[in-house]
Design a protein around this ligand. Structure first.
Ligand code: UD1
Length: 338
């Protein structure tokens, strides 16, 4: 019985492969290395003592995807991470995002639909909620019009899966991530942004190590605790563990509906300045930063109500913000040593 992890060498994918292998599940990784490195396989092996089976191809290649599922007829479930995720890039090149994030999902579902039964876990995002009116955000919160093609691909992906689960043997869980950060405590795997990081935490650690001169803090006039935006930063290992629980729920037929949705966050919001403070504390360094204008498209505040995941998946985050920042810092130092 094999578990396929698409995008399994990426940031969240690689941490999930580790947690799956820790549970003795047999993992097959599909990754086209477009935003990841083959060396991640070695990191996974150093942590778990095992290299997953690895197939390097592009899921936009329908024929290659069909061939893959023919060769691996014993696939029990798919955890689908492979997707592009840069909001700004998606605005400049929407068709890249619709092809990469939507077409590949369709091809995977077409193959799963041929099976007597199949399970898929889909990487979604809290971006589907936009700026919610009520905080913390529960899964019942209405979805808002997407603010970018990237966000739209997540909404469309959710809708496609919802339609397909209604008429096929596919069971699915949609996981809506808040802001994943950190790295494996071993510092064998972590986040490897290509070029200038767009996300807060890799920008902070790269500034801390001296790769960037200063962090620009986008706005301090929001109606929040200190004027900076509030997000729910979740340790990537906690997030990865939720994927294993979600998959086991489907494999053990414990799901109550063919399509279930869970928010994955800590339940606690932190401001940009609080994240900077946590970094300074765990690294013992002073972070150079400057307040600048707001970034277009940023919501003021978003954090999760995690009651459903806590109760139904039996999952709870373990790590604090400081622990997550410490792991991100340890990883950054190790990467730069290399
Ligand atoms: C962003 C995306 C979101 C996507 C997620 C994937 C936007 C508007 N949202 O979330 O759709 O699902 O990434 O990882 O791009 N910040 C700074 N300076 C920086 C970088 C960030 O002040 O150099 C602030 C931002 O204004 C924000 C917070 O840090 O308040 C977090 O930003 P980021 O890490 O980019 O995540 P999101 O914007 O929440």
């Amino acid at each position: 019985m094999k578990i396929v992890v698409t995008g399994g060498l990426g940031f969240i994918g690689s941490h999930t492969v580790v947690e799956l292998q820790n549970e003795n599940l047999e993992v097959v990784v599909i990754d086209n290395l477009s935003n990841s490195s083959i060396e991640v396989l070695d990191g996974i092996e150093r942590i778990t003592g095992k290299k997953p089976i690895f197939e390097n191809f592009d899921l936009r290649d329908k024929k290659a995807t069909q061939d893959f599922f023919k060769r691996h007829s014993d696939v029990a479930g798919v955890i689908h991470f492979a997707a592009s995720k840069a909001v700004g890039e998606s605005v400049k090149d929407p068709l890249l995002y619709y092809e990469n994030n939507v077409a590949s999902l369709v091809y995977i579902l077409q193959e799963l639909q041929k099976k007597p039964q199949a399970q898929i876990i889909f990487s979604s995002s809290c971006t589907v909620y936009g700026q919610a009116e009520v905080m913390p955000i529960a899964e019942t919160t209405p979805i808002q019009v997407a603010m970018s093609p990237y966000g739209n691909t997540k909404q469309i992906g959710e809708e496609i899966i919802a339609d397909v689960t209604k008429m096929s043997n596919i069971n699915a869980i949609l996981l809506r991530y808040f802001n994943p950060i950190g790295a494996h405590p071993s510092a064998e795997i972590g986040e490897l942004p290509i070029g200038v990081p767009q996300n807060l935490v890799p920008f902070i650690t790269q500034t801390g190590i001296g790769l960037r001169n200063e962090l620009l803090v986008y706005g301090n006039d929001y109606p929040t605790i200190d004027g900076t935006c509030v997000r729910d930063y979740i340790h990537v290992v906690d997030l990865a563990k939720a994927h294993v629980l979600a998959l086991q729920r489907l494999l053990n037929k414990k799901n109550l509906e063919k399509l279930e949705v869970f928010n994955l966050g800590t339940g606690k919001g932190s401001s940009v300045l609080e994240v900077i403070q946590a970094f300074e504390k765990v690294s013992g360094t002073k972070l150079p930063y400057r307040i600048v204008a707001r970034r277009e498209g940023d919501v003021t505040s978003t954090y999760a109500n995690t009651d459903k995941a806590n109760a139904i998946l039996g999952w709870k985050t373990q790590s604090t913000l400081e622990e997550a920042m410490a792991s991100a810092w340890k990883w950054e130092q190790k990467v730069r040593q290399r």
